[in-house]
Design a protein. Structure first.
Length: 340
């Protein structure tokens, strides 16, 4: 029960929802940069929400399956297919033994998350299967995938894997004819959850603890100006280029806790939006924080993209997160009913 990586693309890694509870020891969260997308895809294929899947960034990924599985993906405007059949984001599809799944990233870049029924079975490290690329541990040998890698898969929980015959490149099995699969397959995630591809990227922010350390001109520029994503961005953070955000004074600050979504400003005045692999503490002033429900959009930022920021209240940020979690609970219950 495994998948063979025929083409690994650029920076494809094993990720779950992250390594929680160890930040005080200096261990980064890691995990899927868009945890919501991975949760949705996992629920669709019958996994636990925290099951390990693949995060794909740039290039072409080709996977060959050693047994029959269900798959679902969410994320940026990728092209995904099994054989010659295109697979829409946020929907369940069946992959037969020896079939090949292909994921092609858009030229503009982005990220996508693939869930496979059973989940990817790599060792737990500090309670997570996520790859910490900087620490070089977790995931598959602590690194991004390479051509020729083989990943073990765990046992499925919802569907069995009996195979009968192959028809048109896709396996026709009793799994496809089971009432659960038949009813769940055409039923997918909301479009806004399945594909994250905004035409104009605007991230909502709440003021950071160091907001008042910046000049009024910098505060106004953050909410009114466009910032460009620079090429030296990665899973640790998105480096932005735009109006210089100047402080009222340049005194040193004590290092304090930071988290994914924190918007730090180094001495050059160009902000850095921290992502899942960010450090646990930082000494740069924190002008703002991107709200949790907008982190999936932040995960799609790639070099050359333009982003703007829009201020939101803490109460609004909390209400939006509460609403999304309520909707997700209903979605999870709906998938369960359709897959019976």
């Amino acid at each position: 029960m495994n998948i063979s990586v025929r083409s690994a693309g650029f920076l494809t890694s094993v990720q779950d929802l992250g390594r929680t509870g160890f930040r005080r020891s200096g261990v980064s969260l890691s995990g899927a940069l868009d945890a919501h997308s991975l949760r949705v895809a996992n629920v669709l294929v019958g996994n636990e929400e925290n099951a390990a899947g693949l995060e794909v960034t740039f290039g072409t990924v080709r996977l060959a399956f050693a047994d029959d599985r269900l798959v679902a993906w969410c994320g940026g405007p990728f092209s995904v297919r099994i054989g010659e059949e295109n697979i829409a984001p946020g929907h369940i599809r069946f992959v037969g033994k020896d079939n090949e799944l292909t994921m092609i990233a858009p030229n503009s870049g982005g990220r996508a998350w693939l869930a496979i029924s059973g989940g990817i079975d790599v060792p737990l490290v500090l309670g997570s299967r996520s790859t910490d690329l900087r620490g070089k541990f977790g995931g598959h040998e602590g690194r991004a995938l390479r051509d020729g890698d083989v990943l073990s898969l765990d046992k499925e929980r919802r569907f069995t894997n009996r195979r009968e015959k192959t028809d048109g490149g896709l396996a026709a099995t009793d799994a496809k004819r089971r009432p659960g699969f038949q009813s769940a397959a055409p039923w997918g995630a909301p479009a806004t959850w399945a594909r994250i591809a905004p035409d104009r990227i605007a991230l909502r922010i709440v003021k950071g603890i160091d907001w008042d350390l910046f000049r009024s001109e910098a505060q106004q520029s953050l909410g009114s100006s466009a910032f460009n994503v620079t090429p030296d961005s990665d899973r640790m953070g998105v480096r932005l280029e735009g109006p210089e955000l100047q402080r009222t004074e340049s005194s040193d600050l004590l290092s304090e806790a930071v988290a994914p979504g924190t918007l730090q400003v180094p001495p050059n005045g160009q902000p850095i939006l921290l992502l899942g692999d960010c450090q646990t503490i930082g000494g740069y002033p924190k002008i703002a924080h991107v709200i949790t429900v907008d982190l999936p959009i932040a995960a799609q930022l790639s070099p050359g993209a333009t982003v703007r920021f829009q201020e939101a209240s803490l109460a609004e940020a909390q209400a939006l997160l509460h609403e999304r979690e309520k909707d997700f609970a209903l979605f999870r219950a709906g998938v369960g009913l359709h897959a019976r």
